[in-house]
Write a protein that binds this ligand. Structure first.
Ligand SMILES: NC(=O)c1ccc[n+]([C@@H]2O[C@H](COP(=O)([O-])OP(=O)(O)OC[C@H]3O[C@@H](n4cnc5c(N)ncnc54)[C@H](O)[C@@H]3O)[C@@H](O)[C@H]2O)c1
Ligand SMILES: N[C@H](CO)Cc1c[nH]c[nH+]1
Ligand SMILES: [Zn+2]
Length: 428
């Protein structure tokens, strides 16, 4: 079910952030209809794609309170435990405004402000993701965002899973709207009667969601491409095949479009993991999904040494990278592109998905080359601050005028010259 292939074949299985013309056309149509018809389009698409006809897209306060009562106490405890660890990690990311004062009294600086209203996409579809609610919302709350609007697709009975709503309450969401897919992204970008227009849309989702976010970028800001889940494991002969197989399956079970790759220096480990994956997959509730994902986007490859393994992994720039080798800290220095790196046999990826604290919304499809994990910074924006005095103007003004003249921008030069002349200094 998971093939052992050569390096070239493995690279051919690599997923990219590209979309087909057909996908682009579909999502453009959805966006245009939501822009033109507002809630009416949201209701129609929810009927078409989620199979439910809704009279109201709103989740009422009472539904949120009921959800907290409805979920098992064990789950509430886990949500609060995870929320606390996620909050603590993200508080370390806060950046403060700052100023620098020069000897002549010039003050320069940077002011940091939270965004005012953000939209958080929480995937629904085939799985329930309360952890994704925490991971998206807590950094926004830590940053000081005033209003967090959460969108998520309804289930066939029109409800939102209680665990998702309970997580929204724990995390501090202000409003929940029952709508998913590209239509939800369009609603957040342009605003409808039920969905307020936001400044930024964050959160993972399937290809329709990821593409819609890219298409509305510019109208609003977006975080990054966080699409179908991925894992790469680099393992040597010391790795336990049971652990490696379990971790590959942990991401493969997300969806038929997930990818799971093992790069190893040991042919024995490769064969053992292959057998182990088959054995463990049979026991999984979502085994069918994992199996399809592994057939499509899964692979094992044997390389000559760990340096080659690290280079191959850097080429893939995976969302999650596990280093199951004798000296993971030694290998870390060779890793340049990965959304999150897990070191050693006990740092299994699902700990990062749920409770460790770092964000699980990570760049996918090779975009870890340039995108970072979702974090507090995504919810902050900065303004620069400049305050000149007379002395500094006399020093810098002539230099600025020379540059303005080189650019042929006379009014720029004149704005400085009138001040220099007022001070009795020669404008040029
Ligand atoms: N990177 C992360 O942090 C992270 C976290 C959780 C989930 N995920 C990923 O998010 C994805 C969730 O996908 P999902 O599909 O389960 O849920 P989803 O909420 O992303 O998508 C469901 C929506 O897709 C739309 N849709 C479905 N088929 C369509 C079609 N043919 N045309 C137009 N729209 C259509 C529908 O509107 C539906 O509501 C998975 O790939 C999973 O791996 C990633
Ligand atoms: N592994 C996913 C990100 O790729 C996040 C997640 C949510 N729940 C379980 N896992
Ligand atoms: Zn996961």
């Amino acid at each position: 079910m998971i093939e052992i292939v050569g390096r070239e074949a493995l690279l051919r299985k690599r997923k990219t952030a590209e979309f087909s013309d057909e996908e682009v056309a579909t999502v453009r149509k959805i966006i245009t209809r939501v822009k033109e018809e507002g809630d009416q389009a949201l209701v129609a698409f929810t009927k078409q794609f989620d199979g439910v006809k809704l009279d109201s897209l709103h989740v009422e306060e009472a539904e949120l309170a009921e959800a907290v009562q409805a979920v098992e106490p064990k789950l509430m405890t886990a949500l609060r435990h995870a929320a606390e660890r996620i909050r603590r990690f993200h508080e370390k990311q806060l950046t403060a405004s700052w100023i620098m004062e020069e000897a002549d009294g010039t003050i320069l600086g940077q002011r940091v402000h939270p965004l005012e209203r953000v939209g958080v996409y929480v995937p629904g579809g085939r799985a329930v993701y309360p952890s994704t609610v925490l991971m998206n919302v807590i950094p926004a709350v830590v940053a000081g965002v005033k209003e967090v609007v959460m969108v998520t697709p309804p289930q066939p009975d029109g409800s939102i899973p209680a665990a998702t709503l309970a997580a929204a309450t724990v995390a501090g969401v202000n409003r929940v709207v029952k709508v998913g897919g590209a239509q939800a992204v369009a609603a957040l970008a342009y605003g409808t009667a039920s969905v307020p227009k936001v400044d930024k849309i964050v959160g993972p989702g399937n290809r329709f969601v990821a593409l819609a976010k890219q298409l509305v970028f510019g109208e609003v800001d977006i975080d990054s491409v966080a699409g179908p889940s991925e894992i790469v494991v680099i393992a040597d002969e010391t790795a336990d095949p049971v652990f490696v197989a379990a971790d590959l399956l942990s991401q493969a079970e997300h969806g038929e479009d997930s990818s799971a790759i093992l790069i190893t220096t040991s042919a024995d480990l490769a064969a053992n993991v292959q057998t182990e994956v088959v054995r463990q997959c049979k026991r999984l509730v979502r085994g069918r999904i994992a199996q399809t994902a592994l057939e499509r986007y899964g692979a094992i490859t044997v390389v000559g040494d760990l340096q080659e393994a690290a280079e191959l992994s850097n080429q893939l720039a995976p969302e999650h990278l596990e280093l199951m080798v004798a000296d993971p800290w030694g290998l870390l220095g060779r890793i340049r592109h990965a959304g999150a790196v897990f070191l050693g046999p006990y740092s299994t990826e699902p700990l990062g998905d749920y409770v460790a604290g770092p964000n699980h919304v990570l760049p996918t499809a090779g975009t870890a080359r340039f995108f970072s994990p979702l974090g507090v910074d995504h919810f902050l924006k900065k303004s620069s601050l400049l305050c000149y005095g007379k002395e500094a103007l006399l020093r810098d003004g002539p230099q600025a005028m020379a540059l303005a003249e080189a650019e042929g921008l006379g009014a720029h030069a004149a704005a400085i010259r009138v001040r220099l002349e007022r001070e009795g200094a020669k404008g040029r």
